[in-house]
Write a protein that binds this ligand. Structure first.
Ligand code: ATP
Ligand code: MG
Length: 316
């Protein structure tokens, strides 16, 4: 494992509009790094800067120690990527596409071509015309193409867009294999936390052009509050129930949701016993208890939306 991308203090504007603000990130070979942010956050812009499609205003990017501006060719030799759609010729077979691409790169052997075809699971269909491929197969051929020259960094901009659940799982497994077995840094953007959770080792969150956090998935899961549990009650008189419970258990939060519903938030640890006591209290106090339901605890996706929503939704 070594440093793959080193992104330092990047600023980028389109015209007068600043898109990226002092972006710093460091990624390693051997990891799937997720770059997560809502639409318009600046993911594609950063990716275009990394692969040298647009130029930097300020800051530096290096790929395996090579500066993208000062040592462009050395930096690019270490990068493979698909930005937006892979460029493929539909009238050629998968293999012909790969050979054509290999001819433009130095030192791609026939063995390497076979290796990447196998890696992306296209061995059986590689001699079919690309025009007959499904979207998922085209994605995987694009991936094979991007891997031909043995790059240490693979950059993919929202690679699961348009794929069905089976295709997404297949791609996810391939990307993990590439990172962990071939010691490549797979840098993948997405706007879905749930997807990142299943695919990535670490995730950097970008909101309105600013990197908000970089964490491992484990750290992220830990940071979600699981210490409390909320129960939704249906009763005949929510207000009376609230007063009754509040007198006996002043430490817990109770919020009425209309006349016949309220939510009770308690410490998760001893929730079961406490809820049994609360129910007994209400019934003995003459409240009609129609139902109790434990609410799902906050998911990663909700935590992400909360993080990206602060300050209101951006209109890009
Ligand atoms: N060529 C351009 N000229 C002017 N503004 C641009 C250009 N490309 C992107 N932008 C603006 O930069 C901002 C970031 O766009 P970018 O495509 O990087 O976002 P993104 O995170 O990739 O979003 P998405 O999830 O929708 O792909 C947006 O406000 C967008 O309108
Ligand atoms: Mg984008």
């Amino acid at each position: 494992m070594g440093t793959a991308l080193k992104i330092e203090h990047i600023n980028k504007s389109y015209g007068k509009k600043q898109i990226l603000h002092d972006v710093c990130l460091e990624t390693n070979t051997g990891e799937v790094f997720g770059f997560l942010g809502p639409n318009g956050a600046g993911k594609t812009t950063l990716i275009k800067l990394i692969v040298g499609l647009i130029s930097l205003d300020e800051g530096t990017i290096s790929v395996c120690g090579h500066d993208v501006e000062k040592e462009f060719e050395a930096a690019m030799a270490n990068i493979g990527g698909i930005v937006e759609n892979p460029e493929l010729y539909k009238y050629m077979t998968g293999m012909q596409n790969l050979k054509q691409y290999a001819n433009m790169r130095n030192g791609v052997t026939k063995e390497r071509i076979d290796e990447v075809v196998e890696l992306v699971g296209l061995t059986n269909r590689i001699n079919d015309k690309v025009g007959k491929y499904s979207l998922g197969m085209r994605q995987r051929l694009g991936l094979a193409q991007a891997l031909l020259h043995n790059p240490k960094v693979l950059i993919l901009d929202e690679p699961t867009n348009g794929l069905d659940p089976a295709g997404i799982k297949q791609l996810r497994d391939i990307l993990k294999t590439i990172a962990h077995k071939e010691d490549v840094c797979v840098f993948v953007s997405s706007h879905l936390m749930s997807e990142m959770e299943l695919m990535c080792d670490r995730v950097g969150i970008i909101v309105r052009g600013t990197v908000k956090s970089v964490q491992t998935i484990e750290e992220m899961l830990k940071s979600i509050d699981t210490s409390t549990a909320t129960y939704l009650y249906k009763v005949n008189d929510a207000e009376a129930a609230k007063i009754m419970i509040g007198e006996k258990y002043p430490a817990y939060e109770i919020a009425c949701d209309g006349d016949s519903e309220f939510k009770l938030t308690v410490t998760a640890e001893n929730a079961n016993e406490l809820i049994a006591d609360v129910n007994a209290l209400m019934i003995s106090g003459g409240i009609r208890l129609y139902g109790v339901q434990r609410q799902e605890s906050r998911s990663l996706e909700e935590a992400f939306i909360e993080l990206t929503d602060e300050g209101g939704t951006q209109i890009a």
